[in-house]
Design a protein around this ligand. Structure first.
Ligand code: TXA
Ligand code: MG
Length: 349
């Protein structure tokens, strides 16, 4: 299959390209498109055949449900069996934006889209290209992250091309995304709202609007025994090709430990990658050192995370050592993704 690329500069949307991309969705095809979090791989959410194609293109297990993207709150009412007041409140505060809500579904969305579940994940993205695309298609668009299953999520169209070129109908290239880490997922089907995946919208922000909100015990970083509720959070995922180990503790000791581990690995003949920060990047004595940003700025670290992991794949390193990060704000999402990428291999110094 030839993958068409529609290039958009500075969010100036070419109407003809938008119409062509929308027509692909309406006829059951797949189009990757930018959102403010990561690129999504879109298909008509109401068509079982389109959802099946999404799983196939990504090589994703079909029991891992997709997120349905909408452009208008009225579409949520079309697909949810009931709309709790919490959903309206969250939409008022955070939509359009990087927040996904889980609600009971009705029959409009097929089980192929929800991985067989009776609940559906819904998000209204804030990216102007994503919103224009949703409106032009007139569809609700099911879209997981537009990567091959198991690879880091794509934060630019070139990442999508690396993984899915020739496997999907088209890519809308809207440049680099803004946030770089997937949306926060909050489950509203239980009595107390529960965060199933941390993201840019933090637990504290949700609590300010809703009052009590829980964090799924399956994703607390120190808990590796309880399985996470979101099927996608159970896989080792967001994974670079090399083996990743997180080293946490006081900065100087972390640098010392990573230098020691890197030296040992290089003696074994391994090519080593190091995830450093602006503050520490000059303190390492060997290996491929990549700065992920300043540790004072969690949003910058989140923004660079997946690009850095892909960079190490390109460099062909065998092992990666990464510094750990503070879990305040979006730092919680960063540590959640890093721990998953590391398969929970961590060293505390
Ligand atoms: O930011 C994002 O959310 C991006 C962009 C494209 O919108 N999408 C994204 O999709 O990250 P994906 O498929 O990579 O991750 C969706 C996650 C998975 O962990 C999946 O298991 C969970 O959402 N999920 C979807 N529907 C669910 C449901 N009904 N119940 C529990 N978890 C669900
Ligand atoms: Mg994903």
């Amino acid at each position: 299959m030839k993958t068409q690329v529609f290039t958009i500069k500075d969010n100036q949307i070419n109407q003809q390209d938008m119409m062509a991309a929308a027509e692909i969705i309406r006829s059951g095809g797949l189009v990757a498109f930018p959102t403010e979090t990561v690129y999504g791989l879109g298909g008509d959410a109401t068509r079982a055949d389109a959802s099946r194609k999404i799983y196939k293109a990504k090589g994703r297990p079909s029991d891992n449900p997709l997120i349905v993207h909408i452009a208008d709150f009225s579409q949520l009412c079309q697909i949810a069996a009931k709309v709790p007041p919490e959903a309206e409140l969250l939409a008022q505060h955070f939509w359009p934006g990087p927040l996904t809500m889980i609600l009971q579904k009705n029959q409009v969305i097929p089980y192929e889209t929800t991985g067989g579940l009776d609940t559906v994940a819904i998000r209204m993205p804030a990216h102007p290209v994503a919103l224009a695309f949703l409106r032009e298609s007139g569809c609700m668009i099911a879209a997981p992250s537009a990567n091959t299953s198991g690879r880091p999520s794509p934060t630019s169209a070139s990442h999508v091309r690396e993984d899915l070129q020739g496997r999907i109908d088209a890519i809308i290239d809207g440049g680099d995304v803004e946030i770089g880490i997937e949306s926060t997922i909050v489950d509203l089907t239980e009595e107390i709202p529960c965060v199933l995946r941390p993201g840019f919208i933090t637990l504290e922000m949700l609590r300010e609007v809703l009052g009590e909100v829980r964090l799924d015990p399956g994703i607390a970083s120190e808990n590796t025994k309880v399985p996470p509720k979101a099927p996608g959070m159970r896989y080792r995922h967001y994974a670079p090709k090399a083996e990743l180990t997180l080293v946490e503790g006081e900065a100087a000791q972390v640098v010392h430990k990573i230098n020691e581990l890197a030296e040992q690995a290089m003696k074994r003949g391994c090519k080593v990658g190091i995830v450093a920060t602006e503050e520490t990047k000059t303190c390492y004595s060997g290996g491929e050192v990549v700065s992920i940003g300043s540790r004072e700025d969690e949003a910058e670290v989140a923004h660079h995370l997946y690009r850095v992991l892909r960079e190490f794949d390109e460099l062909g390193v065998d092992v990666i050592y990464s510094e750990g990060f503070d879990t305040a704000g979006v730092g919680q999402a960063v540590m959640n993704r890093l721990l998953k990428a590391a398969g929970h291999k961590r060293i505390l110094v």
